[in-house]
Design a protein around this ligand. Structure first.
Ligand SMILES: C[S@@+](CC[C@H](N)C(=O)[O-])C[C@H]1O[C@@H](n2cnc3c(N)ncnc32)[C@H](O)[C@@H]1O
Length: 807
């Protein structure tokens, strides 16, 4: 049949579905382009691909940017149209390419003119974003499109610097699947290094490619968000593969189904007619974990018991082929170069990028991770020695009916000797993606390095069969990415490049908690009209705000959420010249708490400038500019082992502007009496306390014992417990923030940057210690702050400040 007739036949078929020619034409053109004019694919199943594509294009409104692309593509298509009538269909290049490479884990990106010009593919690329989530096991992470499918996107190739996204909305909702790392409401700089996959995956000069995965939902979804997606195409499914793709519960239309007229209707068809029969109990699991040195372990498990007695193990080739076909057909992946092995390596890349960069995206969108414990780094991980296979491999079945599929590539791990282990979460094998230390961002020059994509050492994948893992190896697959255990808006990783030590064990609490006796009375009834504002929206625009009035009459924060220069300088000046701001209690609660019969005179407390933030009883909203610290940590930080014998420390992974809120010092709220008791116990058993007094307002009147409070972050604390002391020129300054209490005996101890801080710099704060005063609640330490103003070296005669932290 001549092309003209084929076009006419397609129009007719669509006419039967009451689709006007005008709608068919542009989609048909795109489809022809996508299929390299292979009419067979378009005609199959009564033009199902065409109909689906038309419906998809109708379902979603395209964003401006896509429309622009579309226009360009339309122009590109003009030539196509001209030749539409006379050119014979060319061979199916994309499928052939895919077929060629699918036999190999490795693939070469197709940048041929035809693929580059593919409008559909281009639109996909527009949509590309970092893999934020692997939501198959986490329904709450699924982004459900209006056709009832769940969409995950993974990006292959050089990553866009996320900082370029600052202040912009994600291109489409699904892009922000895991908004966690983009949470910064003030557009905090969140740099994402442009890490590229290894040489074998993608030549350095290639443009980014995107894979778009749509996992069919298995349950009806009542409310589905609308997504802006490009025209999606479901290529017809050859009958030879149909059975296999249906088996695992993939919701596909049966052959011969006539596409229906709306996405809602299609949902119904899928849910009612084609619902998988028995996949409710599918017990598959994806475990992704990484170590401090950038190794990523992927473990995919599926329960073979569900397949019944006829279960047989697919060989590697079959499995790859089946999965690739499935992805290309069922999941609407339109990239002909798609390969599963490559996708797995991409997951490793994304994981590495996710865990090492300062980009944002995703607490909620984080990949599915098992609760692999925080465990130790194995030294044996450092030197890969054997060039190995580059393919996906199926290692073994386990005796409990599970099958473990492990992927490996490039290099075989040098680890040895190995001994059997029964790490249940690691099962039978691991895929490790290694990042060469010389390219690690944590190197001593303090700057993140972009990986050399052509260096075989820059990142490689190594396979370590599970049965060869020692307990030490297993420990390296800890949940390194988040010391906060999901308690903060951002994940905070740790790294130790100096010793074999783990971070100390403690309970992470994002906010202060009362230990026992502390009387922190937070109640709405205590907040009078003078203690909360009646502003509407944000107090930034308010002429009169009761909260800011309390703190000096002016909003303390800039529109970007930074502490205003003037306020900040005032706070810094207090820290720098404490003598001028000391006050002395007549009857010091601290001395009273010692209860040793000899009441000593008060040694002085530093009166600080308070900031009052708005709170729940205020008229303003949650986004009010006068609510900064209560939104929590927003910058990318990392705990690291210092090289100056200070133990662990905290550093920033991104540049921080002056006046930025870093974190609050959170811990157990103790009465001063409890502090004293605990101090004595700790002295006896050699334990540490990290106490700070909440004494910045003790001069306001007689402080009752139960109101004289302090915080101890040693056993229960947040990330601030890792911040080391630096005399005088520390880069953080403490500022008391009053939020939910009208009194100032309880307040939040917030740490703000006192200057611009470059990425990788250690964050420090002046504890205000007088290193000459040995009559302090806790033991002093030998200061190694390195400051030229170090009080420990100079043995200053400065009096004791009220804040004391010692080990
Ligand atoms: C709040 S903790 C800071 C985190 C601590 N480095 C760790 O490893 O967990 C305070 C303790 O860190 C150590 N430290 C903090 N600053 C220090 C400094 N400038 N020089 C030496 N040790 C320091 C002291 O042992 C101190 O008791």
């Amino acid at each position: 049949m001549a092309t003209k007739q084929k076009v006419a036949a397609a129009y007719r078929a669509m006419q039967n579905l009451e689709i006007p020619e005008a709608k068919v034409k542009p989609v048909l053109k795109k489809l022809l382009k996508l299929y390299d004019k292979n009419w067979e694919l378009i005609e199959e199943e009564n033009y199902r691909a065409l109909a689906d594509a038309i419906f998809e294009s109708n379902d979603f409104e395209e964003p401006e940017e896509q429309k622009k692309n579309k226009k360009v593509n339309e122009e590109e298509m003009e030539d196509e149209e001209a030749s539409m009538n006379d050119e014979a269909a060319r061979p199916l290049k994309r499928l052939r390419l895919r077929g060629q490479e699918s036999q190999h884990g490795d693939c070469v990106t197709n940048d041929s003119p035809s693929s580059a010009a593919s409008p559909l593919k281009k639109l996909r690329i527009e949509k590309a974003t970092t893999l934020q989530s692997f939501p198959a096991q986490q329904p709450q992470n699924k982004a459900v499109s209006s056709d009832g499918n769940v969409r995950i996107e993974a990006r292959l190739g050089p990553m866009r610097d996320a900082s370029s996204d600052r202040g912009k909305q994600p291109a489409s909702p699904q892009v922000s699947l895991g908004g966690r790392r983009h949470i910064s409401e003030r557009g905090s700089p969140s740099k994402q290094p442009s890490v590229e996959p290894g040489k074998s995956l993608l030549p350095s000069n290639q443009t980014p490619h995107a894979y778009a995965l749509i996992i069919p939902k298995d349950e009806p979804v009542d409310e589905v968000p609308e997504y802006e997606v490009p025209i999606a195409v479901i290529p017809p499914e050859p009958s030879s593969l149909r059975d296999s793709s249906m088996k695992n519960g993939t919701t596909r239309k049966q052959a011969g189904h006539v596409p229906v007229a709306s996405s809602q209707h299609r949902d119904r068809v899928r849910n009612e007619d084609i619902r998988p029969s028995s996949n409710k109990e599918v017990a598959s699991n994806v475990v992704i974990a990484s170590s401090a040195k950038g190794e990523v372990k992927l473990s995919l498990s599926c329960n073979s018991a569900i397949a019944g007695p006829d279960f047989r193990m697919a060989n590697q080739e079959q499995l790859l082929k089946m999965m690739e076909d499935k992805c290309l057909r069922s999941y609407k992946i339109t990239d002909p170069n798609f390969s599963i092995a490559k996708m797995l390596r991409d997951i490793c890349d994304c994981m590495l990028e996710f865990s090492t960069d300062s980009n944002g995206d995703s607490k909620e969108g984080s990949m599915t991770r098992s609760g692999v414990d925080v465990l130790k780094e194995s030294e044996a991980h450092d030197t890969p020695i054997v060039e190995g296979n580059k393919e996906l491999d199926i290692l073994s079945h386990s005796s409990n009916g599970s099958v473990h599929v492990n992927s490996f590539s490039a290099l075989v791990s040098p680890r040895s000797p190995f001994s059997p282990t029964n790490q249940s979460s690691l099962d039978d094998g691991v895929l490790l993606s290694k990042m060469d230390k010389s390219h690690d961002f944590s190197q001593s020059d303090g700057k993140k390095q972009l990986e050399d994509p052509v260096s075989p050492n820059s990142r490689s994948l190594v396979i370590v069969p599970h049965h060869q893992l020692t307990a030490d190896d297993a420990r390296s697959f800890h949940d390194v990415n988040d010391l906060t255990k999901g308690n903060e808006n951002v994940q905070i990783s740790w790294v130790n490049e100096t010793t074999d030590d783990f971070p100390p064990s403690f309970n992470y609490i994002p906010q202060n908690l009362v230990f026992q006796d502390a009387h922190v009375n937070i109640s709405l009834s205590r907040i009078g009209t003078a203690d909360c504002c009646s502003c509407v929206g944000s107090c930034v625009y308010s002429t009169h705000c009761a909260c800011t009035d309390k703190a000096g009459g002016e909003l303390a924060y800039t529109a970007q959420g930074l502490m205003k220069e003037e306020t900040l300088e005032e706070c810094i000046a207090i820290s720098h010249n404490p003598q001028q701001h000391y006050f002395y209690c007549k009857d010091c609660p601290l001395e009273r708490s010692k209860n040793d019969g000899c009441l000593e005179p008060c040694k002085g407390h530093l009166k600080r400038k308070f900031i009052k933030e708005c709170w729940s009883k205020c008229g303003c909203g949650k986004q009010c500019g006068n609510r900064v610290i209560q939104r929590g940590i927003t910058y990318n930080l990392q705990v690291f082992f210092t090289s100056e014998e200070k133990g662990w420390g905290l550093r920033t992974l991104e540049d921080l502007p002056k006046g930025a809120f870093v974190c609050e010092f959170a811990g157990e709220i103790l009465t001063i009496g409890e502090l004293h008791e605990r101090n004595m116990k700790c002295t006896e058993n050699g334990k540490s306390m990290y106490p700070i007094l909440l004494d910045a307002d003790w001069d306001s009147g007689f402080v009752k014992d139960e109101e004289a409070l302090c915080l101890d972050a040693a056993s229960f604390g947040n990330i601030a417990r890792f911040i080391n002391h630096r005399c005088f020129d520390a880069n953080l300054v403490e500022i008391p923030i009053q939020i939910e209490c009208p009194d100032r005996y309880y307040y939040h101890f917030a740490l703000f940057t006192s200057r611009n801080i470059a990425a990788q710099e250690e964050l420090t704060w002046d504890y205000g210690i007088d290193f000459d005063d040995h009559d302090q609640p806790v033991k002093l330490f030998q200061c190694r702050c390195g400051s030229k103003f170090c009080r420990n070296m100079k043995r200053s005669t400065r009096t004791t400040r009220s804040v004391t932290i010692a080990r």
